[in-house]
Design a protein around this ligand. Structure first.
Ligand code: CAP
Ligand code: MG
Ligand code: MG
Length: 476
């Protein structure tokens, strides 16, 4: 059975939202989306797909007399269905979307009402493809992992970070002590945890001030630059900006602080506001809550890949993409590594589509000339971010510890990410400083191509971490 065989079952309303002979969906006029779709009991897959296409573009559940010749041009179109795997592809005319480069607007279409429709029993947004001309309207990241590497002078390994634990409950001074211990143990990067805000036991202004003191002390003692990612998620815009300004006026040098936003709960507007107001700051997208949409066992929602691609489009400098099953959170290489790869590179294949993030296309004559020129200079193309949407950094966290660093790098096939370990650094009886050192040693072992068990023979902190996590840590 082919999708075409079901055309005769469509009513006039549904027929307005399908074109299985769409000449060239990749002609630049459409944003493309792929869904895994299982219809409810009253519709076949093509009927359900057309209802989804209508509800996620110009339509509703009946043809309306108020539509016009122009409005019909904006109808999304089902253009392909893989009947074996129930994969539906829909082409969205890009003029549907807010001209201001607005991710919230797109997600309201393709991850909005349709998740509530009675006529579907499964609807998972698997992948999206942005045409080059659409990319021009979006900010994409400004301050990237490459800028962070320059600031830290760290190039040939992951950025090694932690999340202060317990997640909540420390005073600002106690919080800053943990930051200091991790930094003097050799760590690069400390993040607030996702619920950190202005709690009465740790007032925001006190936390900022104490983190600054701890950072200055650690930088002075280690001669290494350090970074703190402050959670600026807030109840309203003015409070979020006030927190950002408080941090910027606390004496931190540019590059030494990042703004963390709980993007799933604070929303796309908060993410894009931070990107547009603070292009000189690393915007750190924490995705707490994403599991309600992304877990593979959820029949309705969107993939980690989709969330990560929109985070890059919106201008997040980095987003958590998961530990691909190595850590404590649900995830798989098929999901997490695909997402991490997609947001790091200029051209990558996702679950359904090949995505070019370049606004200058390979067949662009000017580009060909530049590339020929560069063949001699090796300057222009070295950093290819000028060609389009800059890279977004995978942030790898959740149940990791020093013994899991290499297993994840081996899965990822790259060291171009930030990793943050919470319990994996703070669980040690001898304290955070010891295990920050263990993390550094695990990274040194990786760079030297030496197994951590071998390397631990003359690195006691790593030996203790192995003992704890590979042996004791397993006993409940
Ligand atoms: C990790 C973490 C992060 C998770 C979120 C936590 O702490 O602070 O929020 O990384 O998951 O609260 O679990 P641990 P993800 O290192 O102690 O687990 O990165 O998958 O979004
Ligand atoms: Mg409506
Ligand atoms: Mg957390």
């Amino acid at each position: 059975m082919q999708a075409k065989d079901l055309l005769s079952t469509l009513n006039d309303h549904q027929l307005a939202y399908v074109n299985l002979d769409l000449p060239n969906p990749k002609n630049g006029d459409y944003m493309l989306a792929s869904f895994h779709l299982v219809p409810g009991k009253n519709l076949n897959i093509l009927q359900a797909a057309c209802e989804v296409s209508a509800e996620s573009s110009t339509g509703t559940n009946f043809l309306v007399q108020t539509e016009t010749a122009y409005s019909k041009l904006l109808n999304a179109l089902v253009y392909d269905i893989d009947m074996k795997d129930n994969i539906v592809k829909i082409a969205y005319p890009r003029r549907l979307f807010d001209r201001g480069g607005n991710v919230q607007n797109i997600m309201t279409y393709i991850a909005g009402n349709i998740f509530g429709m009675k006529e579907i029993s499964a609807l998972k947004l698997l992948d999206v493809r942005f045409p080059p001309v659409m990319l021009e309207q979006y900010d994409g990241p400004s301050y990237t992992l490459d800028d962070m590497r320059k600031y830290l002078n760290v190039y040939d390994r992951p950025i090694l970070g932690t999340i202060v634990k317990p997640k909540m409950g420390l005073s600002s001074a106690e919080y800053a002590e943990v930051c200091y211990d991790f930094r003097v143990g050799g760590g690069d990067f400390v993040k607030n945890d996702e619920p950190q805000a202005d709690q009465d036991f740790c007032p925001y202004d006190k936390m900022v001030a104490h983190v600054k003191q701890a950072m200055d002390k650690a930088v002075k003692e280690t001669w290494h630059k350090k970074i703190h990612s402050f959670n600026v998620s807030s109840p309203d815009y003015d409070t979020m900006i006030a927190r950002c300004e408080m941090i910027r006026n606390a004496g931190f040098e540019p590059g030494s602080y990042a703004f963390l936003i709980d993007g799933t709960t604070a929303g796309w507007m908060a993410v894009q506001t931070l990107r547009r107001k603070y292009p000189d700051v690393f915007i750190h997208f924490h995705r707490a809550g994403h599991g309600a949409f992304t877990r593979p066992e959820n029949p309705i929602g969107y993939s980690v890949l989709v969330l990560s691609k929109f985070a890059r489009l919106a201008g997040a400098s980095g987003i958590h993409t998961g530990t691909a099953g190595v850590g404590k959170m649900a995830g798989s290489p098929g999901e997490d590594i695909t997402a991490a790869d997609e947001i790091l590179h200029l051209f990558k294949s996702g679950h359904t589509f090949e995505q070019s993030w370049a606004t200058i296309q390979m067949n662009d004559e000017d580009f060909v000339t530049i590339e020929a020129l560069d063949a001699k200079n090796q300057e222009i193309l070295k950093d290819d971010s000028w060609r389009g949407i800059k890279k977004c950094c995978p942030i790898i966290s959740g149940g990791l510890n020093p013994t899991l660093l290499k297993p994840f790098i081996d899965l990822m096939g790259s060291v171009d990410f930030i990793t943050t370990m919470g319990a994996g650094v703070h669980a040690h009886p001898r304290g955070t400083k010891v295990w920050a050192t263990a993390l550094i040693q695990a990274c040194e072992a990786y760079k030297a191509g030496i197994d951590i068990h071998e390397y631990a023979k003359n690195h006691s902190e790593l030996a203790e971490a192995i003992e704890f996590f590979e042996k004791k840590g397993k006993k409940k």
